[in-house]
Design a protein around this ligand. Structure first.
Ligand SMILES: [Cu+2]
Length: 66
């Protein structure tokens, strides 16, 4: 499970773009996204670094939460 803050994620369009970026590295990832908190929890076997890389390339740099 990967817990991420995504400060740039501010609207429904961003939400879609973030979900798309995560799905691009793991189509079967389970994504729990909180737009108001700008936070997402991803359940996946893929490395956090790969997920964060895809998000960064999509324009949504993320930081891992503790
Ligand atoms: Cu947006």
């Amino acid at each position: 499970m990967i817990s991420l803050n995504i400060p740039n994620m501010s609207c429904g369009h961003c939400k879609t773009a973030v979900e798309k970026a995560i799905s691009s590295v793991d189509p079967s990832a389970s994504i729990a996204l909180d737009l108001d908190m700008r936070h997402v929890v991803v359940t996946t076997d893929v490395d956090a670094a790969r997920v964060m890389d895809a998000l960064k390339n999509a324009g949504y740099p993320a930081t891992e939460t503790a």
